[in-house]
Design a protein around this ligand. Structure first.
Ligand code: DP6
Length: 398
């Protein structure tokens, strides 16, 4: 923690995660306790990250929050819940009478930025709350288990508190103390695993996850069956696939679980549609690609929006990217179509093209982002990277 002119500031970064066994539905909407466990892959912050600066000072008169440069209401209950929990843990740690470096009664200023467009619908709340909690915890000197606090911001955020392959266990206790994230394996565990985010053209999502999942809990019998019967078995199977680095089994289960999540959305009344026409074209393309190769080489998953996240091994990336390029020829931004980790060139065999690239849809995919599994939240030591100045007000980041 750096203290200048009475203002203490901490800056952290945190990752996005993508669930391969989906969280959908709460049994407690205030504590954000899920009806089923879930499992995710943390994506690398070199490509997708949130950066957050938290500052505290005796001179601040109210909590204030800036998201991507715009000031927003800092009174929102989920933000306040995270702040309250961090302060509670800090108080517990210090003991009531210890000489505290920073008073817990100081108001905070928080500024947060994503290095990816929020409109891309890429789980920005998970990275956002994980980053907020990491920065606040550092600011107030709290260490240890923090996924429980991040969970109070957004359920999926608890999984962004760890890198690699992460399980959020449902837990049994009504107070949520056992509803925490655990790392199954670090990011180095599966070095060949790659992730391609296909950002599709079109509008933002219409029904938020929070609202959508509550309607599903209230109306979908399929969701109840999924949570009670399907997910417990899938959780252990998925953990085994990851442990054994069995891509085929991992990929199949990932696709099946995404499909079942979207089936529960259709089973919700009134129904919720997150996939669009382009999503469906991507699904069909992936299945044609796998059928052509006679095995599961690529696997899609979709959250509460139309963008696809596609898993594959390193040796499949060049070929699959070329297939996507031929199937969804870039409209005008040809040079920005491919972002993230480098991709090599591939010459596609004629049989592959005729079997897999059936009806090209120009402009349907805005861009591809190539990334891989990555670590959990990081502390930035360089003071020039603070998003808030010594006065606690936003300054342009470097
Ligand atoms: C489809 O974590 O955004 O991405 O807890 O209400 O904030 P709240 O919901 P949120 O839901 C994420 C749902 C999902 C699946 C997943 O990430 O597991």
């Amino acid at each position: 923690m750096a203290e200048e002119r009475g203002t203490a500031r901490v800056t952290c970064t945190a990752p996005v995660n993508i669930a391969v066994i989906k969280y959908w539905g709460k049994r407690d909407t205030d504590l954000i306790l899920p009806i089923n466990s879930s499992l995710s892959v943390t994506l690398h912050q070199d490509q997708l990250r949130t950066t957050t600066t938290a500052a505290a000072s005796r001179d601040f008169t109210e909590d204030r929050l800036w998201l991507n440069g715009e000031e927003v209401d800092a009174g929102q209950p989920r933000l306040q819940a995270c702040l309250r929990e961090v302060r509670r843990l800090a108080r517990k740690r210090r003991g009531e009478d210890a000489a505290a470096p920073l008073s817990l009664s100081y108001k905070v200023h928080v500024a947060s930025e994503n290095n990816f467009p929020t409109a891309a619908g890429l789980a920005s709340s998970a990275a956002g709350y994980a980053c907020l909690v990491s920065a606040l915890a550092r600011l107030f000197g709290v260490e240890g288990e923090l996924s429980e606090v991040a969970r109070r911001g957004s359920g999926s955020a608890c999984r962004s508190m760890l890198g690699g392959f992460v399980q959020w266990q449902r837990g049994q206790r009504p107070d949520g103390r056992d509803s925490v994230a655990l790392q199954l394996a670090p990011e180095q565990h599966w070095p060949e695993l790659r992730v391609l985010v296909l950002v599709v053209s079109g509008e933002k999502k219409t029904v938020s996850s929070t609202a959508g999942m509550q309607t599903s809990v209230d109306t979908s019998p399929l969701l109840k069956y999924r949570a009670e019967v399907v997910v417990p078995e899938r959780m252990s199977r998925m953990a085994r696939c990851i442990q054994e680095r069995d891509f085929e089994a991992f990929g199949q289960l990932t696709m099946q679980d995404s499909n079942q999540f979207h089936a529960t959305c259709l089973d919700t009344f009134p129904p919720i549609f997150y996939l669009n026409d382009i999503s469906q074209h991507i699904i069909a393309l992936v299945h044609r690609f796998n059928a052509h190769h006679g095995r599961t080489k690529v696997a899609y998953t979709f959250d509460a929006g139309p963008n696809a996240v596609v898993f594959m091994l390193e040796d499949t990336v060049d070929e699959f990217v070329e297939v996507v390029r031929r199937s969804f020829p870039p409209a005008s931004n040809g040079d920005q179509f491919l972002r993230g980790l480098p991709v090599g060139t591939a010459v596609l065999p004629e049989e592959l093209v005729s079997a897999v690239v059936v009806e090209p849809l120009p402009g349907a995919i805005r861009y591809l982002l190539h990334t891989k599994p990555g670590p959990g939240p990081q502390l930035l030591d360089d003071p020039s990277q603070h998003l808030l100045g010594p006065d606690g007000l936003p300054q342009r980041s470097a």
